[in-house]
Design a protein around this ligand. Structure first.
Ligand code: SF4
Length: 311
């Protein structure tokens, strides 16, 4: 949940807010524990996320070539990325029923000569997470995956959409002030009305039920209400799959569970569950240094969050 970490690192979120505590706890209890314990995280702690970067840049109105140039890539360095884009078009035309068929050819089609990469390592370090291959992924997401999402959300015949980066507001019963949350909204216009579609990045297009419910019940910041009720989608940043939100239980019950989780999350304990069950989450987590330090083994401090009194 990059958006959740992005908010913690860049927005003024009241520490311990039950909405954020419950979302963090559902990601990994230890993440909620670190945050509630006063740990300060900043934009430097954010791991690289190509999909978020693409969405932000696209929503700013840039086009791909201009944006790559802005990042410091020369025309010569952009040329193999353009070839890659054309190759994907060719693959997709040959395999029209596969989702992201280019992924099966990845090892053979992501190519940039070492000579071209020489001298621009700082560009890759500063803008592409330190790996030149990410510049190719950035372009694939921009040209193909973003459009796959748009088509799925906005309908096959309605490719036209505008993309907006917005802060939405979560207002919870029992909390005085609403809290903001960063999202991307695809707007489609037809018959004089605007349909907002809130897209949330999610591996495998699997909804975090709480985050999606809050998005559905949100209000746009600065306005009072949505023009029409938003739809909420989980967007897989790898395959371009998307899935519209359907609550696992009736919305009122889901909200009740969420509020209770928020209260329980404030008390702990805060076990580092993800480290034991889904280490990929740790790789994307802003608290990974606290849990692992500079090494690869889980720290005693993180393990101590399972049963603080025992240690
Ligand atoms: S690094 Fe892993 S175990 Fe630690 S808080 Fe993050 S997700 Fe949880």
């Amino acid at each position: 949940m990059y958006d959740l970490f992005f908010a913690l690192c860049t927005m003024d979120i009241p520490r311990g807010h039950p909405a954020y505590m419950a979302m963090l706890y559902s990601y990994c209890p230890a993440a909620a524990g670190w945050w509630a314990g006063g740990l300060v995280v900043s934009a430097e702690n954010l791991p690289y996320n190509a999909a978020w970067q693409v969405l932000s840049d696209y929503a700013s109105g840039a086009d791909l070539s201009t944006q790559l140039e802005r990042y410091g890539l020369s025309a010569k360095a952009i040329a193999p990325i353009k070839t890659y884009i054309d190759t994907i078009a060719d693959i997709r035309s040959r395999e029209p029923y596969e989702r992201a068929p280019e992924l099966q050819h990845h090892a053979n089609i992501v190519k940039m000569e070492a000579g071209l990469r020489f001298g621009i390592q700082n560009v890759f370090r500063e803008h592409f997470g330190g790996d030149w291959r990410n510049a190719f992924e950035y372009a694939r997401l921009w040209i193909y995956v973003l459009m796959d999402w748009g088509r799925d959300m906005c309908g096959k015949g309605k490719k036209e959409f505008t993309l907006e980066r917005k802060d939405i507001l979560f207002q919870l019963k029992g909390t005085r002030i609403p809290v903001p949350f960063p999202v991307f909204v695809w707007n489609t216009h037809s018959a004089g009305s605007n349909q907002p579609n809130i897209g949330l990045l999610a591996e495998g297009a699997i909804h975090n039920q709480f985050r999606s419910m809050l998005a559905l019940m949100s209000a746009p910041e600065g306005d009072h209400t949505w023009e029409s009720e938003p739809r909420v989608f989980a967007l897989d940043p790898i395959t371009g799959a998307s899935r519209q939100f359907e609550p696992v239980v009736e919305s009122g019950l889901l909200l009740q569970d969420f509020l209770e989780l928020g209260r329980a999350a404030g008390e702990g304990p805060f076990p580092p569950i993800a480290a034991y069950t889904d280490p990929a989450r740790c790789a994307a987590c802003v608290f990974k240094f606290q849990c692992y330090g500079p090494g690869r083994a889980l720290s005693g401090q993180a393990r101590g969050m399972i049963a603080p009194k025992r240690r």
